[in-house]
Design a protein around this ligand. Sequence first.
Ligand SMILES: Cc1cc2nc3c(=O)[nH]c(=O)nc-3n(C[C@H](O)[C@H](O)[C@H](O)COP(=O)(O)OP(=O)(O)OC[C@H]3O[C@@H](n4cnc5c(N)ncnc54)[C@H](O)[C@@H]3O)c2cc1C
Length: 593
Amino acid sequence: MPAYKAPLRDLQFVLHEVLDSSSHYQSLGASEASRDMIDAIMSEAGKFCEEILSPLNKVGDDEGCTFNQGEVRTPTGYRQAYQQWVDNGWPSLAQPEAYGGQGLPDSIGSVVSEMVSGANWSWGMYPGLSHGAMNTIEMHGTPEQKEVYLTKLVSGEWTGTMCLTEPHCGSDLGTLKTKAELTSDGSYSINGTKIFISSGEHDMSENIIHIVLARINGAPEGTKGISLFIVPKFLPDGTRNEVQCGSIEHKMGIHGNSTCVMNFDNAKGFLVGPENSGLKCMFTFMNFARLGTAMQGVASAELSFQGALTYAKERLAMRSLTGVKAPDKIADPIIVHPDVRRMLLTQKAFAEGGRIMMHDAGFLVDKVKSSVSDDEKNEANELLSFLTPIAKAFLTEVGTEAANLGVQVYGGHGFIKEWGMEQIVRDNRISQLYEGTTGIQALDLLGRKVLMSQGQSLRRFTKIVHRLCKSVGSSSPHKAMAKRLAELNKEWGDVTMKIGMKAMTNRDEVGGASVDYLMYSGYIVMAYYWLRMALTAQEALSEGASETDFYNSKIKTAQFYFARILPRTESHKISMLAGVDTLMALDEAHFSF
Ligand SMILES: Cc1cc2nc3c(=O)[nH]c(=O)nc-3n(C[C@H](O)[C@H](O)[C@H](O)COP(=O)(O)OP(=O)(O)OC[C@H]3O[C@@H](n4cnc5c(N)ncnc54)[C@H](O)[C@@H]3O)c2cc1C
């Protein structure tokens, strides 16, 4: 497993130089979030990730979690690392001061979360899910629930989970069967089985707070009859609740994180939010988890890139086609070969392009929560809701591509366990599945977000892209990139219209086009961010910045992205406009093997 190195300089570039963190935090009134303070937090978090979490990544993969009579033991070192995490106050970083938090904006938590994810995704899922539970209780809980649960989650003494999936349903939660019955003391008796519950049982915290979807007796069928409950492992008075882990899964990857079957057997639950509004309230958790999963894609691309780059500079094989580059060695390092560079640059473009997408999304989360202007809040909310399915599905798809390229750069050694490159592929593969598969995210984007808003959500974003492209003057060295982005930005609207027209006569056209549409959109969104990075780097160079290598590398990676990655939009466009007929023509009975 490559040792993780926190990408501090790149984070500084993204946050301070491109996204202008100072103006952002000032506009929120969070003046304590100064550049120096953010740098200090990043540096401390980076140290923890490099020194404590990264070495446990392979241990977690090798040992996995173990299950014994309802109890789960996490891999060696996980519990101690969690205790250190709590002792250092990390769980409370971006949580409300009223409940013991440090009150910093969410986006700062998101920067720390990127590093944790890169160093050890499986470990990071334990505090990650707690964070989602905190957001949900903060947003929808009663003052008493906040006092009892939020305080302990913020301190890190307790952790949280998200319980949606059941044996027969994951994507289609409208069919869930877990029941809730009102009892005489005003709580609910919860009965049912949830599966695949991440961090459902473990030995890292003294209590586990499950956030559970269930249907109150007599509630309507479908998504309109679902309610949300807090179901603690230990009740506030210390008695053990009737929620038990029945077993854990044996999985392709993320071995260090427990994936649990959770049995609720007359477990005491407490309603969160109004009756039958559970799915709506759970979206607070799900949207957070979707962005968290998108981060997994970025983190995997980064870690795999770090491993591949180190290897490509050391591994010797054949000579460069344009003449010997390392005459003192028996062969040249493989980084001289164009195809190896293609792989490395693809990883780099996805890792760094994904990073800025995620941290800009973090700034939008801040605005939704804390902007002083309602207009700005609404605008940020709509942008975030448009960008979330793109970030979740696109960044996890390209994250897996980047992780696979990391294996490829290592040649046969990439396939061998001790190098750890194959672990990154196995660990990241789940990111395309949980929190809504790529297919489900694509339907959300095209069907719900774009077409149902008559294209308004798309136009909100394309206006921003249009403004950026227009701002690039004819004398700019990046005018060709701006021109290409402007063309695609216009085309995006045109293809959306075409699919929308077809969908008026056949709804299946949406499902037939959706994944290509999502990937097409993802490549354009990432191009927008690469252009922004190139322009910022150019400005720094023209102002005489001394780190010329750093800034030139940004510009050259942007040029690579536009020349070699962005053309993928063309094939996605052709596929999505090809119509659904060839997908539906084969009769189900004629699918045979
Ligand atoms: C390791 C792991 C951890 C997990 N952690 C959690 C957790 O903490 N909490 C939790 O609640 N769940 C968790 N899950 C569950 C996960 O979110 C679901 O597995 C996922 O949402 C997919 O649901 P499913 O498995 O039921 O697949 P299905 O819904 O059965 O989907 C099967 C396939 O059909 C496709 N499909 C379904 N409907 C449509 C449609 N309308 N149009 C097009 N395609 C469609 C899907 O895209 C997919 O390819 C976890 C799963 C795993 C494996």
